[in-house]
Design a protein around this ligand. Structure first.
Ligand SMILES: Cc1ncc(COP(=O)(O)O)c(C=O)c1O
Length: 491
């Protein structure tokens, strides 16, 4: 790509002709500099250079096939790749592969790019910062972007959360949140949900119940983790229905906390307000308020994992704001920075200050470039919030229509722009249909749309459109998904 006029490769292949064009059209240079940011241009998708979706060669094309061969040869088989191609360029809601195909991206870097790919404000913040200070290590000396981000997190996080620790990833932030909670109340047991997801470190895989996929072959996980059932109403473990259940699942949680094994010895409950990898499960009204009460009554630190739900994904800056709950610690990552590795723990002062001096940290944690970008990313997420209402309205209507029309769509659910469908063999039996979810994902892929799958049984199709998406592109993506659903469920 020419960084002067932003031409696509191959459009003006001859360098001399290219220079002549620039001389004849000097305005091109200004046009590129003043090009609207993706966030500004979200209602004018004509400003994106990529147009799509546009499939030129059935994916994987020859260049992608060659890339995947190299992957097989040089990259561990333990790293799975859901879309077996290589991407060379991304912009706003689009991805372009090495064969020139353009895809509409409803996975946005697994929820890490809430405002799409390479938003200009974030890019500019990185560029500005890289010219001043690339790295020093927060354990050696402080610097403005770290301080400013910590201040901003204390302003925006729900409740009275004053202090932060900034790290390199969501998993690393989760690790630190648990260390901090342990240092605070010195209790032994960690509680989390069977359907939860908190990363792939040893602590992360210890905190989840989906053993087969994430734990297999890795030996013993950490002891003293109590896994409990989530408020997964579609598959209620108590076989009850909301609201007549009276939130009986929370009574069971309370009984567990007060059982002889755990009584007075539960350190923290780590939870996602809306479960992400677990299949976009949003608990009913009143659930988190009741859980918080149980935590308070038993001296349990409530750790709110907003790594996937944060920064506007559910229509509020933090998903927990849909309930009237103030967590003790909030863990963020992914769209906190919209493109560079980051994770943070923000919490109540007395909890955050519990660890001994110099007992927390890491070489790159809170890197200046990541923090500078994050300050801009937060502004973008706030600005995108109103658009989430449109996304939710459009998706809710379409997903519910599919639920009515297709025997295989057992449930349609989610909050804000975090919505998905649960696929089953039959509506009555609710037997999970993970292969159908995979077939739909691959069908969408061949048509130019990226979607994720997930859930306890791998049978949930999950949509993460950029929060800045236009209505027409959103409808285009949903049309593709509908035709994939139609084709894959045809007898
Ligand atoms: C809710 C949640 N917690 C933690 C993590 C782990 O974050 P990371 O992959 O940045 O380590 C993820 C990642 O998908 C997540 O969705």
């Amino acid at each position: 790509m020419c960084h002067w006029c932003l031409c696509e490769p191959g459009i003006v292949p001859n360098k001399v002709i290219h220079i002549v064009i620039h001389m004849l059209l000097p305005m091109n240079k200004n046009r590129s500099r003043n090009k609207p940011t993706v966030a500004e241009s979200d209602s004018r998708s004509g400003d994106w250079r990529l147009k799509g979706p546009r499939i030129l060669v059935e994916p994987p094309g020859p260049n992608s096939k060659a890339a995947m061969k190299r992957k097989q040869k040089f990259v561990t088989a333990g790293l799975g790749v859901s879309h077996p191609i290589a991407i060379d360029y991304a912009e706003g809601p689009f991805l372009r592969d090495v064969d020139g195909n353009v895809y509409l991206d409803f996975t946005v870097g697994l929820g890490a790019l809430n405002c799409g790919h390479r938003p200009m404000e974030v890019l500019n913040a990185w560029r500005h910062q890289i010219d001043r200070l690339d790295h020093i290590c927060a354990m050696v000396s402080m610097y403005e972007p770290y301080l400013q981000l910590a201040e901003e997190l204390s302003r925006i996080c729900p409740g009275n959360l004053r202090k932060s620790l900034i790290m390199n990833s969501g998993s690393e932030a989760i690790e630190n949140s648990v260390k901090i909670a342990r240092a605070y109340n010195k209790k032994r047991w960690l509680m989390s949900y069977i359907t939860g997801y908190h990363g792939r470190t040893y602590l992360g895989i210890s905190l989840m119940g989906r053993g087969r996929l994430y734990r297999e072959g890795f030996g013993r996980v950490l002891p003293n983790v109590k896994l409990v059932d989530f408020a997964y109403c579609y598959r209620c473990h108590l076989k009850l229905e909301y609201p007549s259940c009276g939130l009986a699942c929370t009574d069971l949680l309370e009984k567990t906390v007060e059982s002889p094994e755990l009584k007075d010895d539960v350190c923290c409950l780590i939870m996602e307000p809306v479960e992400g990898a677990g299949g976009f499960i949003n608990p009913p009204p009143g659930y988190w308020e009741r859980v918080k009460q149980i935590c308070d009554d038993n001296g349990i630190v409530l750790i709110d994992d907003e790594i996937q739900t944060g920064f506007g994904r559910t229509g509020k800056l933090f998903a927990i704001e849909h309930w009237k709950v103030e967590p003790d610690l909030v863990v963020t990552g992914k769209s906190l920075s919209m493109g560079l590795p980051i994770g943070a723990v923000t919490g109540k002062e007395e909890i955050m200050d519990a660890p001994a001096a110099a007992s927390l940290g890491g070489t790159y944690g809170g890197n200046p470039i990541c923090c500078a970008g994050a300050l801009e990313a937060i502004k973008l997420a706030k600005r995108a919030l109103p658009n989430v209402k449109m996304i939710h309205r459009v998706e809710k209507k379409r997903l519910n229509e599919w639920k009515e029309r297709y025997e295989s769509v057992g449930d349609a659910r989610g909050l804000g722009a975090m919505m998905g469908i649960e696929l089953v063999k039959t509506k009555n039996g609710k037997v999970p249909a993970p292969q159908l979810a995979r077939n739909i994902q691959l069908n969408c892929f061949r048509k130019g749309l990226y979607i994720s799958s997930g859930g306890l049984f791998g049978n949930v199709s999950r949509l993460h459109p950029p929060l800045t998406i236009t209505r027409s592109l959103l409808e285009t993506g949903l049309d593709i998904m509908e035709s994939a659903l139609e084709e894959e469920t045809r007898p």
